[in-house]
Design a protein around this ligand. Sequence first.
Ligand code: ADP
Ligand code: MG
Length: 345
Amino acid sequence: MAENTEKRTDVNELGEFGLIDHLTKNFPLKNKSSFKGIGDDAAVIDNGKKMTVISTDMLVEGIHFDLMYSPLKHLGYKSVIVNLSDIYAMNAIPKQITMSLAFSNRFSVEALEEFYSGVKLACERYNVDLVGGDTTSSPKGIIISVTAIGEVEKDKLTYRSTAKVGDVMCVTGDFGAAYLGLQILEREKQIFASSPGVQPDLEDQSYLVGRQLKPEAQKDMIETFRKVDLVPTSMIDVSDGLASEIFHICKKSGVGAFVEESGVPIHPDAEMMALKFRIDPIACALSGGEDYELLFTIDPKDVEKVKYIAGIYIMGEIVEASEGIKLHTKGGNIHPIKAQGWKHF
Ligand code: ADP
Ligand code: MG
C-alpha cells in the first residue's frame, strides 16, 4: 500500500480569514456584472441602474446557539437579523431572503413552526420577502443558512476598504451587552445543570439577555443616512467584536485608527454586569461581538450631519497605517488594540 504522504494542515493554523483567502484565491471574477466579490459584508452585482448586494451566513447548533436557552422563535428572528445586518453594512436596503435548513428528526413540525414565527416577525419588521430556500435532514442538530439580497444606488454603496486618513470614526448603539447576555445565559445553564429545580433569574437582565437572543439590525440608521444625505466613507457591521471590525476597516483601507475609550458607548447594565463578572467593561465592548451595530467612517465635513442624530457616537479618527490601531484610555494611556473575535473551529 502506498504510504500516505499528503500533508494535513489544521484549519486553525490559517484562522477564519486566512482560510477563506486560501480557498478562494483562485476565483477571479469573470463576469462584468460581478462588481464586487469576496471580502466585504456582502457581494455586489451590477444590474445597471441599481446594484444588488448579497450576503450569506450560517448558524450551527452548538456553535452559534444553544437551544437550552435560545427559544426557537428568537432563533428564527436572529438568523434573519444577522444577515440583514450585512446588507445594511453596505448602505443597502434588504428586499429578499432565502432560508435553508438542515435538521434532525428531533425537530417536530411544531418546533419548526415556532422557528418560522420568528422568521416571519423579522420579515415583517424589516420589510423583506422570504423567496426561497432549501430543506434537508441532518444527522444531528439544526443548521440554518440564510441568504439576504438588497438594493442600493451605485453612489451610495459603502465598503470596508475606503476609509481615508482624517476621517472621523463613528458607531451606532452600544457594545458588549450581547456578550454579557450570553455569559448570563451560560451561567444560568450551569446552575440549571447542577440544580434543575432552580428557576433562572433573568428578569432584571432583560436588556443584556435581549441583546443576545433578539438583536436588531440598523434599518433606521441607514434610512436616517439617506434623510440627512450622508454617505459614509466606509462601513462594516459589528458581528465579531468592535476591535475585530476596526481591524477589518483598517486592514482593507490601508490605514490606522485612534480610538477614544471614552467614545466607546457601553450601556449602564453592561457596565454593571461586566464588573460583576470581574471583566473590564471596555474589554467586553471591544471583544464581545454580536452587537449588530454599525462601525463607519465619515468625511470630517459631514460631522455636522451626524452630531445631532441620536444613537450615533463619534469614537475616534482614521490615521496613517504607520501609526497603528490604538486606544486612548480614560486614564490617559495609549496602547495598541488587539484584534480578537472569531474562534469557532
Ligand atoms: P461577515 O463576518 O461579515 O459575515 P465573513 O467573515 O463571513 O463576513 O466573510 C468575509 C468574506 O468572505 C465575505 O465576502 C464572504 O462572502 C466571504 N466568504 C466567507 N466564507 C466563504 C467561503 N467558504 N467561500 C467563499 N467566500 C466566503
Ligand atoms: Mg458583516
